[in-house]
Ligand binder design. Structure first.
Ligand SMILES: [Zn+2]
Length: 424
């Protein structure tokens, strides 16, 4: 059994090392299975356990694999642990497997510090993913067993389809080619990765909407919803066009790029839950986004009307302000979700009103601006087409409601005068 510590290991060299390890292991006597439990082990490592030449690695952005043991020629145990503890049980894993010969193997996922949450997805290219079929997958309280057909070409295995920095940056790049869009880097993460802002605006907007995403690394379904929502705001339609004349849209699709790159379960690389940092603001990621949003305290500029923060959890739910927390625009969340429900008769729009004490973006947006600040959660297992449909309809109804607010607020700037900003 070998473990090679190879951060940012290029694919070609990885293949060479895999070959090298195979040669070495072929001339060594078969060792007893032995757990790799090196505290210094990084997730971006290559493992070639046993003598079969099978190679596991997580040497790519978003990879997470903390150890690997051969139980037999055709059975392997992979070890997955979180970046630190205590932590939410968002038990992310992502790795690749190759074998010199085609064969079927059993891979047992064994968690340390968590339990199985995500139905495995597989891919032959890291871009196109399919859920592992039910006959090839079983789970118990702690872990899961996967039947995988492996061969010389990499088989990717991941907790969710991988939508990480490269996919989100490519999306930002495509969106920014629209004539009314622009992208910019508003700050840097702890490790220096860009914090991107996509801005959609035409004309001279009087209002603004802020959209946040991916504070929590594994929350891919939140990203799917965020992208579709923003695309609906960028649509070539009369309402979307009117909306962009009146409102600017600021999208921060990837607030925790380091955590996403490192395959973290929850935190940034300083071990901080970024959606508990909207108050302390100890991290560069939240500071950068906060500073952008605070520009809306300038009373000569557009009035911030809505903050949406996209996440994932076990099911779809919108977290809104508590009953004794009035917003401006008044009662927006209830009206919005009611309208969404009317658009999606076969879909149950779930919401929960809460006045959280935790320093989340939702709490901060409400307390700083008095605006509706809503956490939009999509389920880990919600059908991806349904997520897109819900996100698109939600965007369309938001457009309709905010344009109606504009028409009823005469002059529109009366929005502003009715609410005194509370500076944090
Ligand atoms: Zn989250």
């Amino acid at each position: 059994m070998k473990r090679l510590f190879l951060p940012h290991f290029p694919l070609a060299r990885r293949a060479v090392v895999c070959f090298f390890v195979v040669v070495i292991t072929a001339v060594l006597p078969a060792a007893e299975p032995e757990a790799i439990d090196d505290a210094a082990a990084t997730e971006q490592a290559v493992y070639a356990p046993g003598t079969s030449g099978i190679c596991f690695d997580a040497a790519f952005d978003g990879g997470r694999l903390c150890g690997c043991v051969a139980l037999s020629e055709n059975e392997y145990e992979v070890i997955i642990r979180p970046e630190d503890a205590p932590i939410n049980n968002s038990a992310w894993y992502a790795f690749r497997v190759t074998s010199p010969e085609p064969r079927r193997i059993t891979v047992r996922i064994c968690y340390e510090g968590g339990s199985h949450r995500y139905h495995p997805k597989i891919s032959s290219d890291g871009k196109h993913w399919t859920p592992l079929g039910p006959q090839a997958y079983s789970r118990d309280k702690k872990g899961a067993a996967l039947e995988l057909d492996v061969g010389p070409e990499s088989l990717w295995v991941s907790a969710q389809e991988m939508i990480g920095s490269s996919e989100l940056e490519a999306w930002i790049g495509r969106m920014s080619r629209l004539e009314f869009a622009e992208r910019s880097i508003v700050g840097r993460s702890v490790e220096g990765r860009p914090i991107w802002r996509l801005k959609l605006a035409a004309g001279r907007p009087r209002g603004a909407v802020v959209i946040l995403g991916r504070q929590h690394p594994p929350e891919v379904t939140g990203s799917i919803g965020l992208m579709r929502f923003a695309e609906a705001l960028a649509a070539e339609s009369e309402p979307a066009d009117s909306f962009r004349q009146e409102f600017e849209i600021l999208v921060f699709p990837l607030i925790n790029p380091d955590g996403v790159a490192a395959g973290h379960w929850r935190h940034n690389v300083n071990g901080i839950d970024l959606n508990r940092d909207w108050g302390p603001f100890t991290q560069p990621e939240t500071q950068a986004v906060r500073d952008e949003i605070l520009n809306y305290q300038d009373e000569t500029g557009p009035k911030l009307c809505l903050l949406l923060d996209f996440h994932s959890t076990h099911g779809d739910v919108f977290y809104v302000q508590g009953k004794d927390q009035p917003t401006e625009p008044a009662d927006f969340a209830a009206r919005w979700l009611q309208a969404l429900s009317a658009r999606l008769p076969n879909y149950k729009v779930r919401s929960a009103a809460e006045a959280t004490e935790r320093p989340t973006s939702k709490k901060w947006g409400y307390e700083t601006f008095g605006i509706p600040s809503i956490t939009c959660e999509f389920g880990d297992n919600t059908d991806r087409r349904l997520i897109r449909r819900v996100a698109r309809r939600a965007a369309e109804e938001m457009i309709r409601l905010l344009l109606t607010e504009r028409d009823q607020a005469a002059p529109y700037s009366s929005f502003r005068s009715t609410y005194a900003y509370r500076i944090p």
